[in-house]
Design a protein around this ligand. Structure first.
Ligand code: TYD
Ligand code: MG
Length: 484
């Protein structure tokens, strides 16, 4: 029999090759291929040659108990999981180093243990003393969590099989785990996959919930565990800007719940604090009355979130103007700029555009178009927007403003936070939810919005002195109204 040749496995995405090469064609990363034994977990000779066992087939309408959930005791975490941990499910939580994964899970396990469940925290990275130290700092040292510092999957499964089945098991992290059944080093794709498989088998057999912590590489992908992503029931990512105190837990995949909900936390000296009203957080320290900022009335899952969008439009000296975006899709920005240029007569080719979503939030909704356009035009013509207005609406390529979902929820949130008016799509006016006491300004076409903002504009100071430069870039009539 031919000796099994080693195969070369990309440590980033798990793609396998017959021979070594510098670049992984699947994910485009360089120098990520490493030799791993292609032989699967158990040699063929060792596998028993038994016939398959027969099992009962069941009907779709049987009385199976629905997936019972156990709330973690942290509202924001439960919001993302869909109401608590499902029995026998596996959750992968990824995030940058130091973002607070261990902190979050220490808090969640402690809460559940205090509620009387058997909870086990296995750390492969930190010693028991270090985990204790963190718990003490969080004021959770008295919670009856069972701790261990272990990395062998066989030992872990053997230990956990004894006594009552734990309700929740945290494995921090999956990259440090290893199993005897494969020979590769810990952290390699083969090891991570085999270890995860063994733990998943244990969870499905016993009904325990397992949370796997996964590291993320520089480009934001969960390293190695990319291959684990489709084996688990839910994938969550814990995100945040290093310099900011906000942390956002987002479901990337969830077999038992929604994927558009976010959990918002704030990292404090005493661990993670749940933020149940994120709008207040994203609108705190607002720069009131300066041009280039607009408040977007957004939705994250079922929850309305108001957030400030900031734009800076400045004359450029470059042949190709800069377009820099943080927190929003850059192609979405290009689209809004193109619509402004083509249909509203706003000439932006001579300007650099910088765009930022305050507070480190990432917006995925098309409804942000109108708020973005308002911020851009406000900055360009140095016209501060009313401080008590929220904006939402999708912009189509023709310049028309399209209605968005859940208008009344957005309006209610704005009213709750003291806003007085809303700039929204025309078609949404007939929404049965009412206006929540806000003055509504419905916009049918982006041209109307641009004209309204431009009318508020003050003559930009920068056009005053240096006439040669600005005259060259700015068209004589910056807001040409086409077709009247
Ligand atoms: P940690 O949970 O260890 O991160 P991860 O497991 O994702 O690598 O969190 C580490 C960071 O959190 C560290 O920079 C310090 C900060 N931190 C606080 O600010 N307050 C706290 O109470 C704790 C425990 C951590
Ligand atoms: Mg950690």
């Amino acid at each position: 029999m031919a000796k099994s040749a080693p195969s070369f496995v990309c440590q980033n995405c798990g793609a396998a090759y017959n021979k070594w090469q510098g670049k992984c064609e699947a994910c485009g990363e360089w120098n990520t291929l490493a030799a791993e034994d292609s032989a699967t977990a158990i040699p063929v000779s060792a596998r028993s040659k038994r016939k398959g066992r027969t099992f009962n087939l069941e009907s779709l309408t049987g009385t199976s108990q629905d997936a019972p959930r156990i709330p973690s005791g942290m509202g924001e975490l439960d919001r993302v999981t869909g109401g608590g941990f499902v029995r026998g499910s596996i959750i992968l939580i990824g995030g940058d180093p130091g973002i607070g994964k261990s902190t979050l899970l220490t808090q969640a396990t402690s809460m559940m243990a205090r509620a009387g469940h058997r909870v086990v925290y296995i750390s492969g990275e930190e010693a028991v003393a270090q985990v204790r130290l963190r718990a003490a700092r969080l004021g959770l040292a008295d919670a009856p969590v069972q701790l261990a510092s272990e990395t062998s999957v066989e030992d872990i499964v053997a230990t956990l099989s004894e006594g009552t089945v734990p309700r929740l098991i945290v494995i921090d992290s999956i990259q440090t785990m290893w199993t005897d059944t494969v020979e590769s080093a810990p952290g390699t794709v083969t090891q991570v996959r085999a270890s995860a498989q063994a733990l998943i088998r244990f969870a499905k057999k016993t009904g325990a919930t397992i949370i796997l912590v996964g590291h993320v590489t520089k480009d934001g992908q969960i390293a190695g565990p990319r291959v684990v992503e489709h084996m688990v029931d839910a994938v969550m990512s814990f995100e945040g800007e290093g310099s900011q105190q906000f942390r956002i837990l987002r479901a990337v995949k969830n077999r038992f719940g929604p994927t558009d909900e976010i959990g918002v936390f704030e990292m404090t000296g005493l661990g993670l604090r749940e933020v149940s009203n994120p709008s207040e957080l994203f609108l705190s320290d607002r720069d009131l009355g300066s041009p280039g900022t607009a408040v977007f009335g957004g939705m994250e899952g079922t929850r309305p979130v108001l957030v400030e969008l900031q734009a800076l439009v400045a004359p450029t000296t470059l042949g190709t103007p800069r377009r820099a975006v943080v927190g929003w899709d850059s192609s979405r920005l290009s689209m809004v700029l193109a619509v402004l240029e083509a249909h509203c007569g706003v000439k932006l080719s001579g300007y650099d555009v910088y765009f930022n979503v305050a507070g480190g939030l990432r917006i995925n909704e098309p409804a942000a178009d109108m708020a973005a356009a308002a911020a851009l035009v406000s900055s360009l013509c140095n016209a501060p927007l009313p401080t008590d207005a929220v904006y939402f609406g999708e912009i189509s390529l023709s310049g028309a403003v399209r209605p968005v979902a859940q208008t009344s929820a957005r309006l209610k949130e704005a009213a709750k936070l003291g806003f007085g008016r809303a700039v929204l799509p025309e078609a949404a006016r007939g929404d049965p939810g009412g206006d929540a006491g806000l003055t509504l300004n419905s916009i049918g076409n982006l041209t109307t919005l641009v004209a309204e903002i431009a009318a508020r504009g003050v003559k930009p100071a920068r056009d005053g002195g240096n006439t040669t430069q600005s005259d060259k870039n700015a068209p004589p009539a910056r807001f040409r109204r086409e077709n009247g």
